[in-house]
Design a binder for this molecule. Structure first.
Ligand code: VGL
Ligand code: ZN
Length: 211
């Protein structure tokens, strides 16, 4: 499937989500085929005038880590004050190699790097809001001040950080496009189908391979 992506250099921002070692093969929370997004993103970047990145950035012992809950295992769901939270293997710990951007991802043109998940008690999938759904990262204000009206997203993982970011972009009044060919999913218990449905309902434009 090849879709046509037309880009407005002034009002479109490419947002590359969580392309970090821990989400790639060999990493702590590896997404199958995750590193395949790196060459796809490399060919997309020159088409955009403006590029930003997100970086999952947890302190050691973060509450989303199963290791912080004795007797619990990764991928179990537990109640948190803000709702159900999936527990993850320790990943993207601040300053570690796992938290670093994947080799080959050219971040030199990053106009902004949004770090998220740094509050010890709150996880953050979305580039806009923490998982309590109320604590903002500041991204919406940044986009508005700079006059961007559409966020074009890709990266890892389609069904978590990419989907939450895309739905929140719509909620904040931006157009949102997700490039599925430059994204890969964790797909935990049907999470990819559910995320795809939520994105469609929110009015996110989903594109496959693009030219
Ligand atoms: C993510 C789980 C935990 C993601 C981040 O980037 O999709 N998933 N932290
Ligand atoms: Zn995380």
């Amino acid at each position: 499937m090849t879709d046509i992506l037309s880009i407005d250099p002034d009002s479109d921002l490419l947002l590359v989500i969580d392309v970090q070692n821990d989400f790639c093969p060999g990493g702590a929370l590896a997404v199958a085929d995750g590193d395949a997004v790196v060459p796809a993103i490399a060919s997309l970047m020159p088409r955009f005038a403006h590029v930003a990145f997100t970086q999952d950035w947890h302190p050691p012992g973060h509450r989303s880590f199963a290791s912080a809950h004795p007797g619990r295992s990764p991928y179990e769901t537990v109640p948190f004050p803000y709702g159900d939270q999936t527990l993850w293997p320790d990943h993207c710990v601040q300053g570690t190699r796992g938290a670093a951007f994947r080799d080959g991802l050219d971040v030199r043109r990053a106009e902004l790097i949004v770090r998220k998940g740094f509050r010890p008690e709150i996880d953050s999938y979305s580039a806009f809001f923490e998982n309590d759904r109320t604590t903002p990262t500041g991204l919406a204000g940044y986009l508005r001040e700079r006059g961007f009206t559409r966020v074009v997203m890709c990266g890892l993982a389609t069904d978590f950080c990419v989907a939450y970011s895309a739905v929140d972009a719509r909620r904040q009044g931006f157009e949102a496009t997700v490039l599925l060919g430059a994204s890969r999913a964790i797909d935990l218990g049907g999470s990819l189908a559910a995320a795809t449905e939520r994105m469609r309902e929110a009015g996110v434009v989903l594109l496959g391979g693009v030219r």
